[in-house]
Structures are given as C-alpha cells and as structure tokens.
Ligand binder design. Structure first.
Ligand code: GDP
Length: 459
C-alpha cells in the first residue's frame, strides 16, 4: 500500500504560459489546502472541480502566487489516488516557489521520475504496456508514432495479450480435466487439441510480431544517410526536408535546432538523418570529398539517399559511391533535372531499378512527393495504415512475444514426440507467464523500477 504523498513539476521547465505542479497521494488535499486560500474549502469540494485562489506561505502570510487548482479524487485520477494539480504562471521562478512551499509540508516529498505513472500501474489503473506507452507518447517524433502510442495507452495491445492468455488458461484447464479423467482415448485427442490451440495462438503472436519492424521504424525513425559527392545538392535537399518540417517543429517551445536537424518527417515517416554536420561543412572540400566519410554513414543507415547531379556525366567518385551503396536499401536521386540532362541513366539502372530512381530538382522543389512514395514502398510495401492495427514496437514486448511463441512451439513438438502431458503443460504455462510479463503480471520489482526510471520528472 502506498501511503506517502508526492509532488513534482509536470510541465517542461522553461518559459511558457502556465506551469503545472502535480501532487498525488492520501494527503494531497490536506497538504495543499494548508497553503491554498480561496473562497471554497477544497477539503470539502467535490471531485473534478477547478478553484481559483492564492498560494500563501502559512508561516509568513505572504502571497506567493495566484493559481488555479484542479481537484481530482481517487480512484478517478491519473494515479488512482487523490490528485491536486496547481497551474501557476509559466516561467521557472513562480513554479519553483510553489513547489518549495509544498515540499515544506511534512506529508509531501519530491516525486521520482515516472513515479506518478508508476503509481497508476501499482494501483492497477493501467497495465505495464499502457505505462510504457506513456513514455512513447512523450517521446514521439511523428504524428503516426503518437497515434500508435495513444492506441497502446488505451490498452489495445493489452487486450490482445490478455485474450491470448485467457485462451491458454482454458487450454490448461482442459488438459487438467483430461488428466483427471483418463477413461477414453484421451492422450491422442488431447494432443491434437493442444496442437490445434497452440498453432492458433502462434499465428496470433506472429500477427503481432509482423508489425514489429514497422512499429519500430515509426517509433524510432528510419536511420537515413544522405550521400553524394560535393555540390550535387545534398545540403539543399537537407534544407528542403527541414524546411518542410520547420513550421511544425519550431512552434513547439524548447525544441532546439539540433532536434530539427536530426529528425524530419516525410509524409508522416520519421527519418533520423545521420551526419548532418558533415553535409553542412560545405566550406571544407577535403572533408566533403566524402567517399571515406560516407562509408560509415552508409553502413549505419537503414536507408541511403544517394544524390547525383543529373546535369553532369557520371564521375569516378559517383561510380565509387554507387558501388558502396549497392545492396543497401537506397533511393537514387537525380538532382538538378531543371538543367539539361547529361547523366547516363542506363549506367545507374544497371545497379538500381528505375523504381528506385527519383528525378528531382531541389531548386525548383520538384520530386519530393515521389521521393516520399518510393520510401513508403520500400519500407511499408506502399501501405501504411495504422487505423486498426496494433503495432508492437517495444523491444521488451517483442522479445517476450518471441519467447512465448517458442514455448508454444516446444509444447507442440513435445506432443509429437509423445512426451508426457504434464511436461507439455509446463511449456504452455511458460508461454502464459511470458505473455503475462508483457502486461506486467509476474514481473519483478527491479524491472518495474528500470522501466519507470526512463520517465521524465513529474510524469
Ligand atoms: P552539396 O555539396 O552536395 O551539399 O550541394 P549543395 O546543396 O551545397 O548544392 C551545390 C550547388 O548546387 C548550390 O549552388 C545549389 O544552389 C545548387 N543546386 C542544388 N540543387 C539544385 C537543383 O535542383 N538545380 C540546380 N540548378 N541547382 C541546384
């Protein structure tokens, strides 16, 4: 049972319109009411109400801040405990003063990172996949990643896993009954029954695992290298990609230029660009020669955007790069198609199919749409519909689902080999336990601590 009360600043630190301090625990309302003056007595106010008033230092009587206080009584709150949220003026000073005053109350201590979400989990309001989705929501780099995390937060993955577990329990019960009443030719029948059910469960796990690579891409972005010899238009392309994103990104306070440069989204697909600094160092031609420098970027990348100048014949360096890029997931960009074309298209098509060659003019902003489509085809078979698909993108979930699948395969093989049924049962039980770990049943305390420590403070 959790019996202490925690508080933390829940909004990002920096300048902003408002900042929010969240207080959660059995003494949240009592402790907050000691420093809060308003017309209503919040200790007696109904849940889910908002109150205007002042934060007053009880020792000196000094007015510290003017705030709005939101009262949410457990269990109908994020943590399932009594929660008070204080919206103060934005900026660092106001919010810190209020927090310090709250922490002077003997019942309240500073929350650890992720502790609010951890309480929601420990109090049974959300399961582990949902809690993990909260981290993903905060970290999402694209609209689609956010939608996937949102679905997971609502429990779509948990429901599928729970359903699978439920059916494994039924299977185990069925086996149990047959062990207890072995009058007819049970062994044979039971084995067929087990195989049938395990097979079905495996197929469903496969369905979930199939989404894993796409889910991972949407979550973490496609690691992308832009390569090409100097002056073909790499940094112009980079700028064009960044430009497309600027409107969205710079509106978000606190986002730095670094972040803009690292991540861009193209048609909802997040690209994580490698070595953007190298591309920008246009002054240093030696550095720009690039063949050596490109090599590591090419190796590291999931996707290579190989830029060629279509208004010039292919040069030795182009051919060298072509050789390096061969065999990678790559899109060849014929840039500068606004100028007379001089490149030998057939030579490039000997290595890359025409589907993977995109004619562009970064200068005239032509070809980005096609580039987007080609990338979509490469990574998602042309389709990207997250509407009713549950994506599994978390590494922990993927490895547990794989383990559960293996246990079921072991169980099926055991029945084939005529291994006694109580041994087969052990495998099915392991699958059930591994699935349980996905949603946070039967996980150890250290794992829970590790998961929640990834959160930011105040969440
Ligand atoms: P990088 O060295 O590969 O990064 O190449 P830059 O992006 O710096 O471009 C080199 C030169 O080519 C610059 O003068 C650009 O303005 C020009 N350039 C880039 N893209 C195009 C294009 O599509 N058409 C034309 N005509 N010029 C371009």
């Amino acid at each position: 049972m959790i019996n202490d009360t925690i508080a933390a600043i829940s909004t990002a630190v920096g300048e902003g319109g408002i900042a929010v301090i969240r207080v959660s625990g059995p003494d949240a309302v009592t402790a907050a009411s000691r420093v809060f003056r308003s017309k209503t007595n919040i200790a007696e106010a109904p849940s889910h109400t908002v109150h205007y008033g002042h934060i007053v230092d009880p020792e000196t009587g000094e007015i510290v801040e003017e705030i709005l206080l939101t009262l949410m009584r457990g269990p109908r709150s994020f943590t399932a405990e009594d929660v008070v949220e204080l919206s103060t003026h934005g900026g660092v000073v106001a919010v810190k003063r209020v927090l310090e005053l709250l922490l002077r109350q003997k019942e309240i201590r500073l929350a650890e990172p992720g502790e609010f979400t951890k309480r929601a989990f420990l109090n049974g309001r959300i399961d582990l996949t949902q809690a993990e989705a909260v981290i993903d929501l905060i970290r999402s780099k694209s609209d689609r990643a956010f939608s996937i995390a949102m679905k997971q937060a609502q429990g779509t993955l948990s429901r599928k896993v729970k359903d699978l577990r439920h059916r494994l329990v039924e299977l185990l019960a069925h086996i149990e009954v047959n062990i207890d009443y072995p009058e007819h030719d049970v062994a044979e029948m039971t084995n067929a029954f087990i195989r049938d059910h395990c097979n079905q469960a495996c197929a469903e796990i496969d369905g979930l695992l199939k989404t894993a690579s796409e889910g991972k891409i949407l979550r973490e972005g496609i690691v992308t290298a832009i390569v090409g010899r100097p002056n073909v238009g790499k940094s112009s392309l980079l700028n064009a990609l960044v430009q497309e994103n600027k409107a969205i990104v710079t509106d978000i306070p606190g986002t730095t230029r670094d972040v803009i440069e690292e991540y861009v989204t193209l048609g909802g697909i997040p690209l994580r660009l490698l070595d953007t600094a190298g591309i920008r160092e246009t002054a240093d031609i030696v550095e720009q020669i690039g063949v050596e420098r490109s090599r590591s970027a090419i190796e590291e990348a999931d996707l290579v955007l190989f830029v060629l100048n279509a208004s010039e014949p292919l040069q030795a360096e182009d051919l060298q790069l072509l050789e390096q890029v061969k065999g990678k997931q790559a899109v060849v960009i014929f840039n500068k198609t606004d100028l007379p074309i001089q490149i030998d298209r057939a030579e490039v098509e000997r290595v890359f199919s025409a589907d993977l060659i995109v004619d562009m003019s970064v200068l005239e902003e032509k070809g980005l749409d096609r580039l987007e489509k080609v990338i979509m085809d490469l990574f998602f078979g042309g389709q990207l519909e997250s509407a009713d698909l549950t994506y599994v993108s978390n590494v922990r979930h993927i490895s547990l689902l794989r383990a559960a699948r293996q246990s079921l395969v072991d169980a099926m093989e055991a029945t084939e080999l005529g291994i006694p049924i109580d041994i087969v049962q052990i495998d099915i039980r392991s699958a059930w336990e591994q699935l349980g770990e996905v949603i946070g049943d039967s996980v150890g305390e250290s794992l829970i601590d590790q998961i929640f420590s990834q959160f930011c403070l105040g969440k």
